[in-house]
Design a protein around this ligand. Sequence first.
Ligand code: NCD
Length: 486
Amino acid sequence: MKDVISIRDFSRADLDLLVQNALELKQGNADKSEKKRKVASLFFEPSTRTRTSSEVAAELDDHYVNGFAGTEGTSVKKGEPLADTVRMYEGYDFNAIVMRHTLEGAARLASDYVKIPVINGGDGPNGHPTQAMLDLMTIKEAKGKIDDLKVAFVGDLKYGRTVHSLLQAFEHYDVTPWLIAPNNVSLPEWRVKEYEANTGKKVVISDNLLDAIRNVDVLYMTRIQRERFPQGKEGDDEYEKVSWIYKLNAEILKSAHPNLKVMHPLPRYKNNLEVALDVDATSHALYFEQARNGMFMRQAILRKVFGDGFEGKKKEAVDEKYAEELPIGTPRSKKENLYVFNNGTLIDHLELGGGYKIKPLLRLMDYHDSPIIIGNNVPSAKYGQKDVYCLVDFFLTPEQTWKLGLISDRATINILKEGKVQRKFKVVLPSQLEGLIECQNRNCISRPEHFEHAKSRFYVESRQPLKLRCHYCEKPVGREEMKVIY
Ligand code: NCD
């Protein structure tokens, strides 16, 4: 693995090695790298630290750097799709791309189009993996360890991508996260649930900054991400509610443990400082060192990307089957059946209302050859009620078969030939779904309104209950929120 798109893709060993390598680079203990490469630095969104430290890191190893800082003056302004922009740099023989973009999943989309490694320098509010890596390095350097710590995230935990990535990285360590945020910018529920499910640990949710100051090892302050709030009055009102909240200053820090460290990905907001300037001179302030560490971490990342790459997190093998064979029971007498036909497909045990979704789902609009019989609200011994759908003289393709899994958890299919059930099976969704579900995250690059022509793609993460994850923005969806494209 040579891309750095999401912390989700990394193993603990990868993260530990990067931290170790970056600390060695900082101490000046590492050898010089051998080969000159070309690094594209493509910043579609404002940046000071991520861009500069990435470019300086590349130059420390004598690589050539080119690209843009802001889209002014580029063909992005003429409406060029992201897929084309990144392919240009690959065509000019660049060896890697470091990029930042406002849309979630942008770096993932770029890496789908180019063979050269892509390093995500922030994709909207989704993630910022290299920041999480330099944050780990900074914690390790300051505390001598990452395990066994309490870390309080303070401020905008909804839009703050650095928080999202660092929290994901903490899943590999023994960290107790504290989440301190006003209600309307609290950490999305699904992120809390995933952290707890993946670690078996509880997060501490609090709105009491003082309590955190007295108890935790690291305070991770963040800026309210004004630019990610909705446009117009609604956004202004939301911002007003939180802009003044959680301010840290030297006075408040007097109640802190002397070893408490204050981190902040920076920038801080000068009109409404979440960390007052008088904190800078205290022994707690770690944020300038943290920012400086970015240079060493990004050098370590580039070396890995141009070297042997990363081991990556082991993915659980997912079964590719689309149907599960069921035993054929004893046939009932024809009189007992609501539907009597000799050849065709009987889709049984559908959830109520399911019968009406099948025609558009399976694109049977033009099918008029033989009757379709829909049994709606039929009594079922197993489920109480069900819908039943019969396609006389018609057999489904494998794709039509597994597509039923998009609308039903429990449908069974009976293939009838010469009046007898020949096969009976339960449908199972394949592990990857392309172009079938619309991501409900408006900021996801796969949404049609962004015109990036990214074909929607979801992975099946669990089948019972059904949980899918967007390939691009990484948001999970369950059956209830899932929007099937008919
Ligand atoms: C952060 C970012 O861009 O997400 N900055 C950074 O990369 N160090 C945080 C922020 O903008 O508030």
